[in-house]
Design a protein. Structure first.
Length: 258
């Protein structure tokens, strides 16, 4: 890997991880630029999700180093990563169906007010701030009082992303954010991801959808069998070249590291 650029918000170098006899990550190094959408692609089993879990503290690698915002980091758990400014939106979204939109947005970070010795939930403040967050990101839901179980898949995904931004994340990691969505909901979520970039939030995107990767991302990293096998600027590549990178078949151009 060429040296990380000066504007990299996240870097990792020489990351290795085993699960029993399976060498899931093999000397993986990559970086993501500040204020960009960085995609990681590869077939099932390539190591994409394992790498992300290592970076955000879900699992601990045997070797390797990482930096975030210019400082060395080694997160012991996802809460450490969250406190540093990295939020992860997993495929299962981790929303609570029976809670309202506002309650989900403020889950585990509830606003409170103090009246003498009493500490009370600031429900009015949370609902007001929830409306503000949704408006800021142009997210349409029937009401912040609506229970999440009544929302569509695209709306649920948007709430999960909004929650990540609402806690002040500077980097949002998304694992297949539109995998189970229809065309219109996919377009809505992609629009939301672009708005994050426009607001200066960096995004790491894991996706099997190469058309989506080319539409959204600025930088693309390809993985195969636990290794990084190439990186290109999205504006300078094609879907066929991405297929060639992850399969190793018919690759006719050198990797481009911008």
């Amino acid at each position: 890997m060429n040296p990380a650029p000066a504007d990299a918000i996240l870097t990792c170098e020489h990351v290795n991880k085993h699960f029993g006899g399976v060498h899931a990550l093999r000397d993986v190094s990559l970086w993501a630029r500040r204020g960009e959408i960085t995609a990681i692609i590869g077939d099932n089993g390539a190591g994409k999700s394992t790498l992300i879990r290592c970076l955000v503290g879900v699992v601990i690698p045997e070797t390797g180093t990482a930096t975030f915002d210019g400082r060395p980091v080694r997160f012991a758990n996802p809460d450490d990563a969250r406190r540093a400014g990295i939020e992860t939106v997993h495929q299962n979204l981790a929303l609570v169906d029976e809670l309202t939109v506002a309650q989900n947005l403020f889950l585990n970070r509830e606003m409170v007010r103090h009246i003498g010795p009493l500490t009370l939930l600031n429900r009015r403040g949370m609902y007001h701030e929830a409306r503000h967050l949704l408006s800021r990101l142009s997210i349409n839901v029937p009401s912040v009082h609506q229970r999440v179980r009544r929302l569509s898949g695209g709306q649920r995904q948007a709430i999960a992303i909004c929650r990540a931004v609402g806690v002040g994340a500077r980097l949002v990691v998304m694992d297949e954010p539109t995998a189970a969505l229809g065309l219109q909901e996919t377009a809505n979520v992609e629009g939301l991801i672009r708005r994050l970039r426009d607001e200066g939030v960096s995004v790491v995107l894991i996706s099997h959808n190469f058309d989506q990767v080319l539409r959204l991302s600025d930088q693309v990293w390809a993985m195969r069998a636990g290794r990084v096998v190439g990186t290109v600027r999205a504006a300078e590549t094609t879907g066929n070249e991405l297929v060639a990178l992850i399969t190793g078949a018919g690759l006719t151009r050198k990797e481009s590291v911008a």
